[in-house]
Design a protein around this ligand. Structure first.
Ligand SMILES: [Zn+2]
Length: 229
């Protein structure tokens, strides 16, 4: 069972990088996929995504599905995302978000750490609604911010407070979405970037940006289609 791996996972501090080409997945004109080394120490070499034996943390098939995403403007913020929200990357987000699998957070955190924008010295996670945090037992942005902060040597400040509940954006029509209302619960230092698991329209990030004055964000994945869950 994949979730059993979480207690055995530790991070490597190696800063080395490498390039992975994915024939057939990278459209012409887009740079080859670049992801940082994905390493962990585990007694069992199992793929975090598909549980294939013999490879960890990702098997060659799941690794080949990763496509790096370049920074974009979303709702007035510059958003840097590690990967496109598809295939094994989407599965990694869901494993963290809905099953609380720490190993998925480890993998995504390593990829995001390579995307921290220059000049960013503080990460501010965009909190999950309290009702969902209790239901799923995890606040994905908080987990990712801490993973990235530990790897990149960047401070994490939990300066944004969440509502008890707001309508989920997952799979909903854009026109019916209501951005959540956040509250400021801490001091936001200069050079801060928001952290979230997924960005689509950027409405959630924009809501957090309005109360913090932050204009840049880092997410694990970026979804470009209306229905992404
Ligand atoms: Zn796999």
């Amino acid at each position: 069972m994949p979730f059993l791996l979480s207690s055995y996972v530790t991070l490597s501090s190696s800063p080395a990088t490498f390039s992975v080409r994915t024939p057939g997945l990278v459209p012409t004109g887009i740079a080859p996929v670049r992801v940082p080394p994905l390493r962990y120490v585990c007694p069992m070499p199992i793929c975090v995504v598909c549980a294939a034996w013999g490879h960890g943390p990702l098997c060659p098939e799941c690794r080949s599905q990763l496509r790096a995403a370049k920074p974009v403007m979303r709702s007035g913020l510059v958003v840097s995302s590690g990967l496109f929200h598809e295939k094994s990357a989407r599965r990694l987000v869901h494993l963290l978000k809905y099953q609380g699998l720490d190993a998925a957070g480890v993998v995504l955190g390593q990829i995001m750490a390579a995307q921290v924008p220059p000049g960013v010295s503080t990460l501010v996670p965009v909190p999950r609604a309290w009702a969902r945090r209790l239901r799923y037992g995890v606040d994905p942005a908080r987990v990712l911010a801490r993973r990235v902060g530990a790897i990149a040597g960047v401070e994490v400040v939990e300066a944004v407070g969440a509502e008890v509940w707001w309508p989920s954006h997952a799979g909903s029509d854009r026109s019916s979405r209501r951005p959540p209302e956040f509250r400021l619960v801490g001091v936001v230092p200069p050079g801060s970037a928001l952290v979230d698991d997924v960005v689509t329209t950027g409405a959630t990030l924009a809501a957090a940006g309005r109360i913090t004055g932050i204009h840049q964000a880092l997410t694990a994945t970026r979804a470009d289609c209306p229905s992404f869950e």
